[in-house]
Write a new protein. Sequence first.
Length: 499
Amino acid sequence: MSKDRVYIFDTTLRDGEQVPGCQLNTIEKIEVAKMLEGLGVDVIEAGFPISSPGDFNSVIEISKAVTEPVVCGLTRAIKRDIEVAAEALKYARRPRIHTGIGTSYYHIHHKLNSTPEKIIARGIDAVKYAKTFVEDVEFYAEDAGRTDNKFLALVVEKMIGAGATVINIPDTTGYTLPEEYGKKIKYLMDHVPNIDKAILSTHCHNDLGMATANTMSGVINGARQVEVTINGIGERAGNTSLEEVVMILKSRKHLNLETNINPRKIYNASRLVSTLMRMPVQPNKAIVGRNAFAHSSGIHQDGVLKKRENYEIINPKTVGIKESSFVLTARSGRAALKHRLKALGYSFEKDAIDSLYEQFIAVADAKKEVDDDDLKALVGASSRDIKRNLHLHRLQVLCGKGSVPVATVTIEWEGTIHSATAEGNGPVDAAFSAVKMIIKKKVKLEEFLIQAIHRGSNDLGKVHVRVESKGQVYYGFSASTDIITASVEAFLDALSQTV
Ligand code: KIV
Ligand code: ZN
């Protein structure tokens, strides 16, 4: 059985652009429009031409810039709006005017101060007038979500009779439940006599977090156009997100529905819109959020390593994300650590992994997230540690304003435990003096360099030292979230080579 097509109507540049602070200039809008064309959307709602000269101009430029998708301009059911939209769309290869009026009790009585009969008459006039400019006219019944179904069916019938090719059933206030919205679409499919002459469109807002669920319910019940935005941006809590609907239709094959979207371009589309509109994507946003393919618990990481499908219903590559990521935290297991180390080019025997894992957990406890730089530092420190004959067992430091820095160091040196306590002009100096009391060797610290890998106060500190003994130079390195410990470890690393 061939699949039914669901048309993607993208309103990122109209409903999405209404978001405060998200306004784009014409050049940016053209960039987004071209991206949408490349993504494969069927309709681009380019703006609301009467609303401002900038919007008018953008609709003109977008009409010139894209060839494949229908370019659509929004209007109210007002003649002047329709004339201005028609003018703005004059360069579009496939123009559409999207006109409409409120149909709910609230809108008719408290916004438009009108009657149901007058609303129908205004709608018919608007559709007929728009038809004198373009063939393709979409009608929206604003606040259809809260409109009585019987009245809505009459509105839809009359607008199709007037020539509307698409009828938009907006849940303007994001109020309906998926079941209600689906029933509304089904009611229209079953009760509007000329429904076969038009396509029903969903336009759901996310005020109660149900936009995608409502859209899907509408589609399951017969709607064949969905009005969506990239990243779900839009008025108030936003609109249905394009990526969610597209990936639902792609993942749930039994629905037998398809779109023209190339899913591999989804991630880049999301990044572009987020960057240009200066609107960050929430980390846990479905499909495109930073954590959408990031696994952090040890059980999940292990499961994904055994078979990706254990915890992933979508291959990240399908939406243009290179790979799933493992967030290495104190909850990660050895399998995830080994996997990440392998990706960084390191391979270890079991014993070495066990010892590295202990150090990894210590860093993870202190730092929360362990990144690649931290791992490289750990590997560097630990591979040297294995070869060393001086091992730090315990370090206790007393320092701070108004106190003389004192350090007690306990070291294992060729199987024997040694301890010493010393003062210094700072905690590192005190600890180094204690180490020297144990080693009893004439060594000169020639260089001491301490660096944070990133910037946070919870960061790993990397310490490099250069030590001179009997005319020879030795280098030591270590990394830890405790910089005094890292310093002593680096010192021992260098001294190991002298004893
Ligand atoms: O949410 C809504 O009702 C709208 C219409 C103008 C289509 O955006
Ligand atoms: Zn809307």
